[in-house]
Design a protein around this ligand. Structure first.
Ligand SMILES: Cc1cc2nc3c(=O)[nH]c(=O)nc-3n(C[C@H](O)[C@H](O)[C@H](O)COP(=O)(O)OP(=O)(O)OC[C@H]3O[C@@H](n4cnc5c(N)ncnc54)[C@H](O)[C@@H]3O)c2cc1C
Length: 340
């Protein structure tokens, strides 16, 4: 294992911002991970785990600690019966390559999450989701290194405290666990309707009425290509803002003031208000703020066109958040975590 020094984080994050990491190391096994963490902790060096860098923001001052890049591989069937297959997948595997493998095996459960950038190990952190599926629906358990004890622990789905784009890994237990692998239970059945609205509309306009795993995957990839910039070509982190969640009372008020407001019932007494719609309504879509462009095909996405540093990003974010707050009295939140 080679520990590199003074590595520019802008080369490891898809927003392409950020100063140097003091140390950076790739880990390929859980033993390597344990050794690296024990060593850093004995020297009081702060740690940050990085996957593909597609949902983090690095600051200009960089990171005065050790960045651990998760590279642990693995794709193994742990059990199989007539209706389901349970897989254990290494945290360093590429997420979309993993989805492809499950689709090739004709397994259902994560096909609608095709083409989400990043690693398997990061997938539980914000409970990734798209087109009606989220990782919480299929994740049985995961193994993680508890950096406070140096022990590898197994956490159940419930232990992870999943909710919309959230888990303990970005909440109360932020920084405590390094996810080594995840165990998913996937179904041998075909993907079943009802599908997410925009996916169903795509099926309707393309006269698709047979829903194989591959057709769902191909359709999702086609829809995403229309409204999400590819981070290999354009610096971005996908949705920069989380969708807003409001309760019944607030929704009634909003509907009175904005009868055309779009909402999705979350089924638990709360409603999701698409932040992209809010941002569009305040006239920010397509506009440039401090070198950051609100993507003209999807107002949830901020593109780093010419930001000179983190301060530009923060100024752009604050201006957009302020416009939405002043118009709707809704505080939209940044989705990507900051490397700190
Ligand atoms: C174009 C684009 C589209 C996107 N679309 C979606 C989407 O549809 N749905 C969605 O949910 N997200 C989406 N994202 C966000 C992103 O792809 C996901 O959040 C993804 O899971 C991040 O993976 P990563 O490996 O890049 O994580 P990173 O950005 O490297 O890390 C994200 C966070 O997870 C932590 N982390 C990473 N690996 C581990 C680990 N092994 N153990 C513990 N903590 C870890 C990091 O410390 C950090 O806090 C999109 C991003 C882009 C750029």
């Amino acid at each position: 294992m080679e520990i590199h020094t003074n590595i520019p984080l802008k080369n490891y994050t898809t927003m392409r911002l950020g100063g140097p990491a003091r140390f950076m190391v790739d880990v390929h096994t859980s033993d390597e991970l344990k050794a690296v963490v024990a060593n850093a902790r004995s020297k009081n060096i702060p740690l940050f785990v990085l996957g593909g860098g597609s949902n983090v923001i690095a600051r200009d001052e960089g990171y005065n600690g050790l960045i651990i890049r998760m590279r642990i591989p693995g794709f193994e069937v742990v059990s199989d019966d007539a209706s389901s297959t349970t897989l254990k997948i290494g945290g360093g595997e590429d997420w979309d390559a993993t989805v492809k493998r499950t689709v090739d095996l004709r397994l259902s459960g994560i096909e609608a999450m095709s083409a989400i950038p990043g690693t398997v190990g990061a997938s539980p952190v914000q409970n990734i989701g798209a087109y009606g599926q989220e990782i919480a629906d299929t994740l049985q358990s995961l193994e993680a290194l508890d950096v406070t004890t140096g022990q590898i622990v197994t956490l159940s789905n419930q232990d992870c405290g999943f909710s919309y784009r959230h888990s303990i890994f970005r909440g109360d237990a932020k920084g405590r666990y390094i996810i080594i692998n995840i165990t998913l239970k996937l179904w041998k059945s075909l993907p079943q309707p009802p599908f997410y609205d925009s996916l169903q509309s795509y099926f309707d306009t393309h006269n698709i009425s047979i829903f194989t795993h591959q057709i769902v995957r191909d359709s999702v990839i086609a829809i995403r290509a229309e409204k999400l910039p590819d981070p290999r070509d354009v610096a971005n982190t996908g949705s920069f803002f989380k969708n807003a969640i409001v309760d019944n009372w607030r929704l009634d008020e909003l509907r009175q003031q904005h009868p055309d407001i779009k909402t999705y019932d979350m089924g638990d007494g709360t409603f999701k208000v698409p932040s992209g719609w809010l941002i569009e309504k305040v006239g920010a879509k397509g506009r440039l703020y401090h070198g950051m462009r609100v993507y003209d095909k999807n107002a949830l996405v901020l593109i780093n066109e010419s930001a000179t540093g983190y301060a530009d990003l923060a100024a752009a974010r604050d201006e957009i958040v302020g416009k939405v707050r002043d118009t709707f009295r809704i505080l939209i939140e940044q989705e990507p975590l900051e490397i700190e």
